[in-house]
Ligand binder design. Structure first.
Ligand code: HH2
Length: 259
């Protein structure tokens, strides 16, 4: 899953693809590098990010989704908002990637059900503005697992077929460095829920902290290491900015690991 951020303030590629031509070009490049899904987002969820209105978010993403989907590419829309998801599905998106797991807009579940879309439900503690303020858990893996099971049950209760739901532990969303590492270390406990697991470590700050303070652009080695580890522990979808090197790494990992 390649990341296409159509935002002025994303944490690692802010403003690079705010223009829809540039975003479409970038999406096509990621697809050529081997991305099977392009995740188009119009609102940053980085820690401290300010919310964006539905209208502005829709204006950012729809032209990009439309053009990429028209080229036959599989598109996920990274949003928590009903109106944005609806417009993106109308424009050809096939997957709703909701970092709020239908808590901001519970009606999103009904929309996903009605359209026969797939969805990604992610764990986040709190909301992006405040999520990194002293995150605490009893046991981060058990807490995240219980949350994801509850959100899966909610989605199914709203009519989304279970086989349409993918789950994501939400690396970096209300988690300390140690919480992120514990989730990766024990990822099998999330995989054991029985749904495909999506993992998003790409360029995130814990990788910089662990490697002596590296800035976003120098976190590819950590991104590769964590994606390979997540693959080995059973993750199925790898959300990354740098598609070509991660595809190579996962190809080698897949050839090595007996599955
Ligand atoms: N991470 C980000 C955004 N969306 N979706 C899922 N399912 N999993 C993730 O880990 C995830 C996500 C944050 O990364 P990015 O899109 O690069 O930054 P920003 O939110 O600042 O646009």
């Amino acid at each position: 899953m390649g990341v296409v951020n159509v935002t002025p303030d994303s944490f690692s590629d802010a403003g690079l693809y705010l223009d829809s031509d540039a975003a479409v070009r970038h999406g096509l490049e990621l697809a050529a590098e081997g991305a099977g899904i392009l995740d188009v987002g119009g609102e940053s969820t980085r820690p401290g990010a300010e919310p964006v209105g539905a209208e502005e978010e829709t204006e950012r993403v729809v032209p990009v989704v439309e053009r990429l989907a028209a080229g036959g590419l599989r598109i996920s829309i990274d949003t928590t908002k009903l109106e944005v998801a609806r417009a993106a599905l109308d424009a050809g998106a096939a997957i709703v990637n909701d970092v709020a797991a239908f808590r901001v807009a519970p009606e999103l579940a009904g929309l996903v059900a009605e359209r026969g879309a797939d969805c990604v439900l992610m764990h986040m503690r709190g909301e992006p503005r405040t999520m990194q303020d002293d995150p605490r858990y009893d046991d981060v893996v058990s807490d995240v697992r219980a949350f994801l099971e509850e959100r899966l049950a909610f989605a199914v209760g709203e009519g989304v077929p279970e086989e349409r739901v993918w789950l994501d532990p939400g690396i970096g969303f209300g988690k300390s460095v140690e919480h992120n590492l514990e989730l990766l270390r024990r990822l099998e406990e999330i995989v054991a829920i029985g749904r495909p697991v999506v993992i998003g470590t790409s360029r995130k700050s814990f990788l910089g902290k662990l490697a002596g303070g590296r800035p976003e652009g120098e976190r590819l080695p950590g991104t590769i290491a964590t994606n390979v580890l997540a693959f080995e522990r059973g993750a199925s979808v790898f959300r990354v900015h740098d598609v070509a090197p991660v595809v190579d790494a996962l190809t080698v990992a897949a050839a090595t690991v007996a599955r």
